[in-house]
Design a protein around this ligand. Structure first.
Ligand code: ZN
Ligand code: ZN
Length: 363
């Protein structure tokens, strides 16, 4: 059985508990997870027996290549997605059809309901996302590959960092290197933020020169196609200020202690608290204004979230970022981010780039 068929079977077993006869998967990432199909604009209709991928003629060849053996309903021109869904529901006599509440628009739901007056639409939450929480060995290998692209590209950037280059030039070069190493692209637009601009957790690269301040924050990741990586490093390019070193060491200590705590059974909230307490004890409690981390996989931000009031418990196979930060408006920010796999005995850091204070110094 293919990995995709196994996932669909697992999902099928959750249908009864969700109180539905069938499930319409409208989240394209979830469709990819369940079929291997990498295109857009296609839904998966999961029935009690079998399943149908509803797509259009643009994808006929791609579907044959990516999902051999999967039943596909290719909508002829003029037949809308809603009609395609309705045909399958009627043919299979679906009484209760589950829909993905976090993906389906209200408009689409209304249209499907109008086409299927005898079918009850039931909102379901995170049925596929809950499967995606736990990565299998192949997925972990693909995340490792996405990390490999990102790290290689970063090493090139680090070696070629010059004071006269701008944030944008450095970001463009980093992204180009990620592609040259073989990645499909970037997980998200890279952040290259010099000095005070590093206080903005989502800074966009500007024409600011690297040499305009003493340090630069880089947050980047590779899209290995389709699995993603996500890292952050701070590089010291100018003079070493005691303040920067102190803050860097606090963030590093918070990150290392949080990682050391990660193990199955601990809640996401508890892991977040480990880092938060280290930062608070150093007097920067108010300057760590975001959650500790997030899951990565097919999407760059997915479950679980490491943060306050996130009570989900860690399980082996989850892959999360651990990325505490301290941000001081007008001065700058330090964040250190690695990707971590939860294992039976604790965890394993998937990223391999050095992050000690000495590693941050660019000479
Ligand atoms: Zn990041
Ligand atoms: Zn992140």
């Amino acid at each position: 059985m293919s990995r995709y068929a196994a996932r669909r079977d697992k999902l099928r077993r959750s249908l009864r508990k969700a109180g539905v006869d069938a499930l319409l998967i409208t989240n394209f990432t979830n469709v990819t997870y369940l079929t291997g199909f990498s295109g857009d604009d296609s839904y998966l209709f999961l029935l009690a027996k079998g399943e149908v991928l509803i797509s259009d003629p643009r994808y006929t060849t791609q579907l044959e290549q990516e999902c051999p053996g999967l039943e596909a309903s290719i909508r002829p021109p003029g037949v809308g997605m809603v009609e395609g869904v309705a045909q399958i529901a009627k043919r299979a006599r679906v009484g209760k059809l589950g829909v993905e509440a976090s993906s389906m628009t209200v408009a689409l739901r209304d249209q499907v309901a109008a086409e299927l007056p005898k079918t009850e639409l039931v909102s379901t939450g995170d049925l596929v996302e809950n499967l995606r929480l736990i990565k299998d060995r192949d997925e972990v290998a693909e995340i490792r590959r996405a990390i490999w692209y990102a790290e290689r590209a970063f090493n090139v950037l680090r070696a070629s960092l010059r004071p006269e280059r701008t944030e944008k030039e450095v970001a463009d070069e980093l992204e180009n290197q990620i592609r040259l190493y073989g990645a499909k692209g970037c997980s998200f637009p890279s952040i290259v933020a010099v000095g005070a601009r590093a206080a903005l957790p989502h800074a966009r690269p500007t024409d600011q020169k690297i040499g305009a301040d003493d340090f630069v924050l880089v947050d980047w990741g590779a899209d290995g196609g389709p699995y993603k990586s996500d890292l952050t490093r701070v590089l010291v390019t100018g003079k070493i200020s005691p303040k920067l070193e102190r803050i860097y060491r606090v963030v590093l200590s918070a990150q290392e202690q949080a990682i050391a705590a990660i193990r199955p059974g601990l809640s996401c909230h508890e892991v977040d608290q480990v880092a938060r307490q280290v930062i608070a004890a150093a007097g920067f409690g108010r300057d760590f204004g975001h959650g500790l981390g997030h899951g990565i996989g097919l999407e760059i931000h997915e479950a679980p979230r490491l943060g306050t009031n996130q009570h989900l418990k860690l399980e082996p196979g989850m892959v999360v970022t651990v990325e505490p930060g301290i941000y001081l408006p007008g001065w700058g920010g330090v964040r250190i981010e690695d990707d971590v796999l939860v294992t039976k005995g604790g965890c394993q850091i998937l990223t391999t780039l050095g992050k000690q204070w000495e590693d941050a110094l660019v000479r």
